[in-house]
Ligand binder design. Structure first.
Ligand code: ATP
Ligand code: MG
Length: 200
């Protein structure tokens, strides 16, 4: 239990540092071309290890390349999976789906079958420190979605929480992310200034 508390407190400290970095403008993405499919796969496997009551089911293409900050994007995926687990106290299925949409975009969906979010709270859940549920369901600080939205928007993407498409209980979180592979290709094509070589 002490170990768990230490992990929780250090997670909170890290999250608070992220928030101050975001607010002070010192939060810079380090982008490179990465396979988002494997990022999602890793995050799902790590989340599955933490719960026996939930079954995480992943649908994703073999590869989905995009110009992203892999560490930050993994943080977003993990936040969404954490929420899906935390707010489904009775366990159940969590569907995670990654797909390519349009020519140059990805769509990630995390759909749980938990307690959902009352409509009056929905507009606020991306606000810093906002929590939509009673004390009994709280364990974090209302930071995860705030940070996730900033990260997704810095990537030029969007994040939303919807009623599940199939009309069932729970929440469906959706992240749209431009792949930006054209930008990556352009950057590669630009001639790099060569260091001058001196010959003695
Ligand atoms: N999948 C979900 N189902 C139901 N409610 C959710 C879900 N995801 C988020 N919420 C609600 O939105 C609030 C804000 O979520 P957010 O992830 O920002 O904070 P948190 O989970 O309370 O704490 P943490 O900072 O540890 O993430 C939550 O407190 C919860 O009330
Ligand atoms: Mg959270």
């Amino acid at each position: 239990m002490v170990d768990q508390q230490v992990v929780r407190i250090s997670d909170l400290v890290v999250q608070l540092l992220e928030v101050s970095r975001l607010q002070l403008g010192g939060f810079v993405l380090k982008r490179s071309v990465a396979d988002v499919s494997s990022l999602v796969d890793e995050a799902v496997q790590l989340a599955q290890v933490r719960t026996t009551r939930h079954e995480l089911r992943l649908t994703a293409p073999a590869e989905a390349w995009a110009l992203v900050d892999a560490i930050r994007l993994s943080q977003v995926i993990t936040n969404l999976l954490d929420n899906a687990i935390k707010y489904s106290p009775n366990g159940g299925l969590i569907d995670v789906a990654l797909e390519a949409t349009g020519a140059d975009a990805l769509r990630l969906s995390v759909r749980d079958r938990g307690i959902g979010i009352p409509p009056e709270h929905r507009p606020h859940v991306f606000d810093l420190f906002y929590q939509a549920h009673a004390e009994s369901h709280r364990s974090g600080m209302g930071i995860g979605l705030y940070v996730s939205r900033q990260i997704v928007e810095l990537h030029g993407g969007q994040i939303t929480l919807l009623d599940p498409e199939d009309g069932g209980a729970g929440i469906q979180a959706i992240v749209y992310l431009p792949s930006r592979l054209d930008a990556a290709a352009e950057a590669r094509a630009e001639p790099h200034p060569r260091p001058s070589v001196r010959t003695a």
